[in-house]
Design a protein around this ligand. Structure first.
Ligand code: F6P
Length: 471
């Protein structure tokens, strides 16, 4: 089997509360030879030329340092103030500063130069996420002939939103240098194909336009998942039970509605609190009988738009408390910190409703983890945004338009009143889907397609490969 080289901005650490990507890929890499490559998390005066390799719990991880200025322009700037809001269709929240693009490319060149000496000709390289779109171009400039795949963990933008990104044509040309581009959902492949089929002029800055040739690049859907059976086990572990007991003491017999999200404007948190307010306003019978717990660890807080989302949420939670709280009853708890997976699994299992209502999301693994953690005998109900990638594989959730807070409030009411039979029926279908679209199936089907042995030319290159059809 060829070695596998995984490249991402962040590298896995020893932190047990590591993000979904680290958890997902650590397992894949543990099963084959290769290493993980990315940013060390350190900011230095001078950029690293050479990578430093470290063994992290049996995983070989190569890391480079970035300068503070480059990191700011590449990460907070081009990646998270231009690409992130545009890909999530929040052009109103994008900030465009011309020098950021240069730094974004410079960091990608630095990644490529530091990675190249560690590559062997047969290595398969798997690049993750929007921070590293130009990496294949940079590696190919340096002579790499390896199979290189890219996976986008966030939604792919509509053509209009893509056109609003400076240098979008160069970025699309960068994507055409990959052998395989994997996206989360069918809607993303449709948006990609819309660009590929109707390319039109970019901006003056890009010079004379030539259409991007995607004939050597396969574009396909690979919905990422979780490890549902591991999560199910975790949800009854001693650490999970400890959290459950703690909550039960505080909750008495109130029903828990739970949200767990990074504090990000794409997650629809203010709309969620508004929907909860409407639930309490329209259905007085639920007051004192329900409780909303929103866990929202701060994220990217050097960026103004994230600080503003945090302030808005503070104000909205305060408003709902002021309107409905009583001396002996609080309608909600809002916790701005991260918890490890065992504690979260316990919370998910306890929650009668999993409230996952992003305004737009790549997949949303919280939806998968909530489903996996349920007690089969008395499962809770998933209320899910139709704009999360997860909606394509979880049609048995209560699907809502998160912009319509009346609709979300009504879904909350239905979820709270849903009888056991219907809850079990929906949950069985959701759990089957969580198992079918597990992280293991995701990684193995992506890597099978990226492997040099994959049958080339057997079908249309811009193919919609939905995992269910090949599993
Ligand atoms: O959802 C995309 C993503 O990049 C994830 O892969 C990651 O866990 C999350 O956003 C957090 O991003 P950051 O590295 O900016 O904290």
């Amino acid at each position: 089997m060829n070695r596998l080289i995984i490249v991402s901005n962040r590298t896995p650490g020893r932190d047990p509360a590591a993000g979904g990507l680290a958890v997902a890929l650590r397992k894949t890499l543990a099963e084959r030879e290769g290493f993980w490559f990315g940013w060390s998390g350190k900011l230095t005066e001078k950029p690293s030329v050479d990578a430093v390799f470290e063994d992290i719990d049996g995983l070989s991880v190569g890391k480079i340092d970035l300068t503070r200025e480059d990191h700011h322009a590449y990460y907070a700037g081009f990646s998270n103030s231009i690409l992130w809001p545009s890909f999530h269709l929040r052009l109103d929240l994008a900030t465009i500063e011309a020098p950021w693009y240069e730094a974004y490319r410079r960091v990608n060149t630095q990644f490529a130069k530091a990675l190249l000496p560690h590559l062997q000709p047969d290595d398969v390289i798997w690049v993750h996420d929007y921070h590293l779109i130009p990496l294949a171009t940079e590696l190919r400039h340096l002579g790499a002939r390896n199979r290189i795949g890219f996976y986008l963990h966030i939604p792919f933008p509509t053509t209009d939103a893509l056109y609003a990104i400076p240098h979008h044509n160069e970025l699309m040309r960068d994507l055409s240098r990959y052998n395989l581009v994997g996206l989360q959902a069918q809607r993303d492949v449709a948006a990609f194909n819309d660009f590929a089929d109707h390319q039109s002029p970019s901006s003056l800055a890009d010079g004379p336009l030539e259409a991007v040739d995607f004939s050597q690049t396969e574009i396909a859907v690979f919905p990422i998942g979780s490890d549902p059976d591991a999560f199910a086990k975790l949800s009854t572990s001693p650490a999970a039970n400890k959290m459950v007991k703690r909550m039960q003491r505080a909750m008495d017999d109130q029903r828990l509605i739970l949200g767990v999200d990074r504090l990000d404007y794409s997650k629809g948190l203010p709309q969620r609190v508004e929907a909860y307010e409407k639930l309490l306003a329209n259905n007085p019978q639920f007051r004192r009988l329900v409780h909303l717990l929103q866990v929202a660890p701060p994220s990217r807080d050097s960026i103004k738009e994230y600080q503003e989302t945090s302030d808005t949420l503070d104000a909205m939670c305060g408003h709902v408390m002021g309107r409905f709280a009583e001396p002996d009853w609080a309608p909600l708890t809002y916790v701005k910190r991260a918890y490890g997976q065992p504690s979260l699994a316990g919370l998910y299992r306890l929650a009668r409703v999993g409230l996952v209502t992003p305004l737009r999301d790549g997949m949303n693994l919280v939806a998968h983890e909530y489903v996996a953690s349920q007690n089969p005998v008395d499962p809770g109900v998933l209320v899910l945004s139709r704009f999360a990638g997860a909606a394509e594989i979880f049609p048995e959730a209560l699907l809502v338009n998160p912009f319509d807070t009346d609709e979300t409030a009504e879904a909350l009411r239905l979820a709270l009143e849903m009888g056991l039979d219907e809850r079990q029926e929906r949950w069985h279908a959701l759990m089957d889907a969580a198992r079918l679209y597990s992280v293991d199936n995701w990684a193995s089907s992506y890597l099978a397609r990226l492997s040099p042995d994959a049958q080339q030319g057997s079908g249309p290159l811009r193919d919609v490969l939905y995992l269910a059809s090949v599993a």
